[in-house]
Structure formats: structure tokens, C-alpha cells
Design a protein around this ligand. Structure first.
Ligand SMILES: NC(=O)c1ccc[n+]([C@@H]2O[C@H](COP(=O)([O-])OP(=O)(O)OC[C@H]3O[C@@H](n4cnc5c(N)ncnc54)[C@H](O)[C@@H]3O)[C@@H](O)[C@H]2O)c1
Length: 368
């Protein structure tokens, strides 16, 4: 089977992760090009990762005949435009989370890829994180009896790039940025049941001086089968990334701490190079994680997507996954705006960004 040839759009945080993850599976795929608008960034990225092609405009990358699949690691606001252009160019698309900012964009992305006959793959790596996959395997074997509660939390000290804090570009805060993982996770873990209702409590606790966005979020999801999902997110947790799950059934439970649970409890007076994503220090007690990308499931995710392109596997995370998550995100913001749970379907048209449903509750009131 020939290698799937990937073009990456973006050249910073997630682009590095994707390039490293592709390199970890060299028999399945390779990165052949990168595009990024800031002068010199694409070239520097290409040099660093040994990539032959680099462009300052992603549309040039889309014209590159060597590229079969595009991995979009640009800010949220650009996901829809780049996906639609990539589909028109006949390229398969891997889109980072969240799928996009609005429901209308999600519809347009899915339609564009369907019409062009290309795959739209939604990059939710938690579906591939080895610890979480093991928990799901045990649950599916019946280890816990009927699972009635799944919890997922993702917390860190706040995003690394300015655009995340600007709700015009991001669409929302910790809920939009991190909650999209937890919503997808609970839904996937329970076998993708319909979502019946969503309740959320949001606040801006620490970062009000720099953002309109929520930096604390608790979301409760009620599924059609009666099970609950509970998602906790924060941009106010110093000490490095925290990603955990808890699963409860009548016959048992399991707990998984993806990063600290796979780290070396370490003490150093002097410090060292790197401990874990978003840890600000390596002095004193720290939890340096090994095989960080592997623990998240990024290489396994990209391998799955490459195999989907070759028709060897069927996507377990696609545009529809991203659309389901976005509808729940809309409902969560509306719930926080109105102070009550929102039943689905919840598809208010014309919303410019999900966070508006929290900040302007009249928009949510009109839609329920
Ligand atoms: N799956 C995950 O766990 C995960 C982790 C981090 C980020 N992400 C997602 O990946 C996306 C990128 O996040 P990031 O952390 O890499 O952000 P970043 O700010 O580190 O990088 C964004 C990149 O997009 C590029 N860019 C901006 N405008 C562009 C344009 N018009 N054309 C092409 N490139 C453009 C920037 O130059 C930069 O290289 C976001 O949607 C984010 O939510 C996912």
C-alpha cells in the first residue's frame, strides 16, 4: 500500500504535533508540504521536519498534485473556508477540533466533501488515546455492567496563542476549546447515542482582563439511553495539562489519568528541558510524561485516517462527529445563558459564534 501524502495547513503548535505523529508511522504516510502565511514560517517548519514543499498561501498547497490529504491546523475561524477549498481541489480533509465555528459552516463543509467525493475526517484524538481505548474496550465487554456516568476533564493554564482568547476567531472559550473533546468522548464512549439535553455552568474566573471567553466550564449531557456525561474544563489550572476520565456502571468503574498517570514523579532543584504540555516549570516536583503524542493517540489517529483514505478502515470520527459536538456546544452556551437545560435538537440559525448564546441569552430564548 503506497504512503498517503499529507499537506499541513498551519505551522505552529498542532502542526508540529501532526508532523511528528505522521513521522511516527512512516510506513503508512508522509508529509509532503506545509502552508503558513507568516513569512518564513512554512520554510522553517519544512526544514525542521524534512518536508519537501512549503507555501505561504494554503491555496498553493491545494494545487500541489503530490498532496492527497490536507491536515488543517489553522485557527477555528478558518476551518470551514479551508475545508471547502480543499474539497474543491479534490483533497481529503483532516480537520482539527472544533470542526468549525457555526452549524451552517459544518453543514457546508460536510456537503462540500460529500459532493467532491472526499473524506472529511474530524481529528478527535481521544478516540485513539490508548488508556481511554482500553477503558472503552472493558466497558464494551461488560466489565462495569450498564455504564450510567462517563466523566472527562481537560484543564490547563490557558491557550498559547492570542487568537484562542479572541472569541471572534475562536467562537468561545474553554468549553469550545476543550469541552469539544469531552463531549465527543462521552458520546463515543457510550456508543454514540442521541443527545437528549445539555446543561452548562460557565464563568470567567481568572482571565477577564484579556478575554470575553469562559475560562471555567462544567457541562452535563443527558443521553437518550439515560446515561450521563459530565465534562469539566478550565483555562485556570497551572502545572501542565490535565486530562482524565472516570467511568461508572452498576458493576464497576475505572479511572484514567492520561498524562500524570503516565509520568515519572520527579524532583529536580535544577530543572530540565520539558515535562508536559503547558507546564511552566521543570523545577521542584514535576510529572514529565514520556511518549506524549502516543499517550494522546495522535499517531494512531493519523494512521486510522491514512487507512481510511486507502479504503482499509471506515472513519470513526468524521464531519458528522464534529457537527454533533458543535450542536452540543451551542446547547451548552445557550444553557449557561438561560440558566436551564436545553433539549436537542437545538439548531438556531444565524448564530455568528456559539458564545453569543451565553452572552446574549435573548438569542437562545428565541431558539428554544
Ligand atoms: N487536537 C488537539 O488536542 C489540538 C491541540 C491544539 C490545537 N488544536 C486545534 O488546532 C488548530 C490550530 O491550533 P494551534 O494550537 O496549532 O494554533 P497556533 O496558533 O499554534 O497555530 C495556528 C497556525 O495557523 C496558521 N494560520 C493562521 N492563518 C492562516 C491562514 N490563513 N492559512 C494558513 N495557516 C494559517 C498560523 O500561521 C499558525 O501556524 C485549532 O483549531 C485548535 O483548536 C487541536
Amino acid at each position: 500500500m503506497s504512503k498517503v501524502r499529507i499537506g499541513i495547513v498551519g505551522s505552529r503548535f498542532q502542526a508540529d504535533c501532526i508532523a511528528a505523529s505522521v513521522k511516527a508511522m512512516p510506513e503508512e504516510m508522509e508529509v509532503v508540504a506545509v502552508a503558513s502565511p507568516s513569512k518564513g514560517n512554512a520554510e522553517a517548519f519544512a526544514r525542521r521536519h524534512g518536508i519537501p514543499g512549503f507555501y505561504s498561501d494554503y491555496r498553493e498547497l491545494l494545487r500541489d498534485p503530490t498532496v492527497e490529504m490536507v491536515s488543517i491546523t489553522a485557527p477555528n475561524r478558518l476551518h470551514a473556508r479551508i475545508t471547502i477549498d480543499a474539497a474543491a481541489a479534490g483533497k481529503h480533509v483532516v480537520c482539527e477540533k472544533p470542526l468549525c465555528v457555526t452549524r451552517e459552516e459544518a453543514d457546508a463543509m460536510i456537503d462540500a466533501c460529500d459532493r467532491a467525493g472526499v473524506l472529511l475526517l474530524y481529528a478527535e484524538e481521544l478516540f485513539f488515546a490508548p488508556k481511554y481505548v482500553k477503558a472503552k474496550q472493558m466497558a464494551d465487554e461488560g466489565a462495569f455492567g450498564r455504564v450510567h456516568l462517563v466523566k472527562q476533564g481537560e484543564k490547563h493554564s490557558g491557550p498559547h496563542s492570542d487568537w484562542f482568547w479572541d472569541v471572534e476567531q475562536s467562537g468561545g472559550g474553554a468549553l469550545m476549546d476543550l469541552g469539544c473533546h469531552g463531549i465527543a468522548f462521552c458520546w463515543w464512549f457510550l456508543g454514540k447515542p442521541k443527545i437528549k439535553s445539555v446543561y452548562a455552568q460557565l464563568s470567567t474566573q481568572v482571565h477577564g482582563h484579556r478575554t470575553q471567553a469562559d475560562d471555567e466550564a462544567v457541562t452535563i449531557i443527558e443521553f437518550e439511553n439515560g446515561a450521563l456525561g459530565m465534562v469539566e474544563n478550565s483555562w485556570n489550572r497551572p502545572g501542565g495539562m490535565d486530562d482524565t476520565i472516570e467511568v461508572f456502571g452498576a458493576k464497576g468503574q475505572t479511572y484514567a489519568d492520561m498524562l500524570m498517570g503516565n509520568a515519572l514523579p520527579t524532583y529536580s532543584d535544577i530543572g530540565f528541558g520539558y515535562a508536559v504540555e503547558k507546564a511552566s516549570s521543570t523545577k521542584g516536583w514535576t510529572y514529565p510524561v514520556f511518549e506524549e503524542h502516543w499517550n494522546y493517540g495522535f499517531p494512531q489517529e493519523m494512521r486510522h485516517f491514512a487507512r481510511c483514505v486507502r479504503g482499509r478502515e471506515t472513519p470513526i470520527s468524521d464531519g458528522e462527529t464534529g457537527r454533533v459536538v458543535l450542536e452540543a456546544v451551542y446547547a451548552a452556551y445557550a444553557s449557561a445563558g438561560l440558566g436551564r437545560k436545553i433539549t436537542l435538537p437545538f439548531r438556531p440559525p444565524g448564530i455568528v459564534k456559539p458564545i453569543d448564546l451565553w452572552k446574549k441569552p435573548e438569542l437562545a430564548e428565541r431558539a428554544v
